[in-house]
Write a protein that binds this ligand. Structure first.
Ligand SMILES: [Fe+2]
Length: 168
């Protein structure tokens, strides 16, 4: 028997250098774009223009991404989302091409992390899930086609993330 695994998906995790200062700076920018209430969470995704500030403040981290892919990244859009107690996000993906990132801005060790679903069926139960271990300041990068969701937040601590889509 000969087994090969030609297809794989890389999950890239980057730890933000000097996160506490950078968080303070980006939160100041985010204040200009208040989040509004969606049925299951709050977000400013319909109106948010923090892209240039985001790239500037997190320059070191974006440089790491560009270096890894050996190409300059091109940020399409970025926005924040907040999960209060009971909030969640249904399974969705961000499109067919490009990459999406999540920066964990406010995160308690018991806050729900983003759960990623294997994009092909498992022969046993169709439910291979991946929950990366993350803490505040971590950035996770995956291809946009990977479906993901967020389980209900059971804590009163408000989890907040910045999501962003990019290509090269
Ligand atoms: Fe998403």
């Amino acid at each position: 028997m000969d087994i090969t695994s030609p297809f794989k998906i890389d999950f890239i995790k980057i730890k933000t250098n000097g996160f506490f200062l950078k968080r303070k700076l980006i939160k100041k920018e985010l204040k200009k774009f208040p989040e509004k209430r969606f049925p299951n969470f709050s977000s400013n995704r319909e109106k948010c223009n923090i892209d240039s500030a985001f790239v500037k403040i997190f320059e070191d981290e974006f440089l790491k991404i560009s270096k890894h892919f050996n190409s300059m990244m091109n940020l399409h859009r970025s926005w924040s989302a907040t999960y209060s107690k009971g909030d969640y996000h249904v399974p969705h993906n961000h499109g067919a091409k490009g990459y999406c990132g999540i920066l964990y801005l406010d995160m308690h060790e018991k806050s729900p992390v983003t759960v990623y679903m294997q994009p092909w069926n498992n022969h046993e139960d169709h439910s291979i899930l991946y929950e990366p271990k993350v803490e505040e300041g971590d950035i996770i990068i995956v291809p946009q086609f990977v479906t993901h969701f967020t389980r209900p937040n059971l804590m009163s601590f408000k989890k907040r993330v910045i999501s962003f889509d990019f290509n090269f």
